[in-house]
Design a binder for this molecule. Structure first.
Ligand code: 6PG
Length: 226
């Protein structure tokens, strides 16, 4: 099925993107509002998290951080997204965010999902201000993998996948949760992923990222190869 959908795509440097996000945070929190940002794991966002962590003029008191997805491993495990984001970003902040909402993998998966879900408000169709996503070369994003039944989930805002790689069991936000964001930034680096995005824009049904690309608030940011 062809689904030619234009999704804003532009090349940006990490600094440009970081400054854009910081402007958004300042605008929103200036009046005392809460800025909610959901952060993906993986390697592509790391330079952005480092840049955001260096910004000393942001008052994080009114910023709530959420984890987009998690590998079902211990907090100390090298594959933990929570561990990576704390090491690359949160521990460098002056002050602390108002909230840091992550999947508590010390709980059984079902309870970890319920624990996270209590921090969400599915009645708020603009719950997140920004969701930062990466993408695998198979077109997966968050922990929404090709062929996963979770791709059909349109009610619950969190779910469990058994199709992750390298860690199979994953806990993740689902499409309805991501769709509740005012802005979605998909970070892409390298020709192979750019090719997958181009194909997904034409054949969205073939890739989990396709449904995100069709959301008007989504934009693809091609990061310059360092
Ligand atoms: C994760 C991420 C996942 C990631 C892609 C791309 O937990 O791994 O949420 O969706 O964005 O796998 O990973 P890289 O940025 O490392 O290529």
């Amino acid at each position: 099925m062809n689904n030619s959908h234009y999704c804003d795509t532009k090349e940006e440097s990490i600094d440009d993107l970081s400054h854009h996000i910081l402007r958004r945070i300042k605008e929103r929190t200036h009046g005392g509002e809460i800025f909610r940002i959901a952060l993906s794991g993986g390697s592509t966002p790391v330079p952005l998290y480092k840049a955001l962590g260096q910004e000393k003029e942001i008052n994080w008191d009114n910023v709530e951080l959420f984890l987009v997805d998690e590998r079902y491993v211990s907090f100390e495990n090298e594959y933990s997204n929570k561990k990576m984001i704390e090491e690359m970003f949160i521990k460098h902040l002056e002050g602390s965010p108002k909230k840091w909402v992550f999947f508590n993998t010390e709980l059984p998966a079902k309870q970890a999902l319920q624990d996270y879900e209590r921090q969400l408000d599915p009645t708020n169709k603009e719950f997140f201000d920004l969701v930062i996503l990466g993408m695998g070369t198979d077109g997966h994003t968050a922990s929404l993998f090709p062929g996963d039944i979770l791709l059909q989930e349109e009610e619950r805002w969190v779910g469990k996948s058994e199709m992750g790689n390298p860690i199979a069991k994953r806990l993740t936000l689902t499409y309805p949760a991501i769709r509740s964001s005012k802005e979605i930034v998909i970070l892409i680096k390298g020709e192979e992923k750019e090719g997958v995005v181009s194909d997904a824009l034409l054949n969205s049904i073939n890739y989990p990222i396709g449904k995100i690309l069709a959301m008007p608030q989504a934009k693809v940011v091609r990061l310059q190869d360092a």
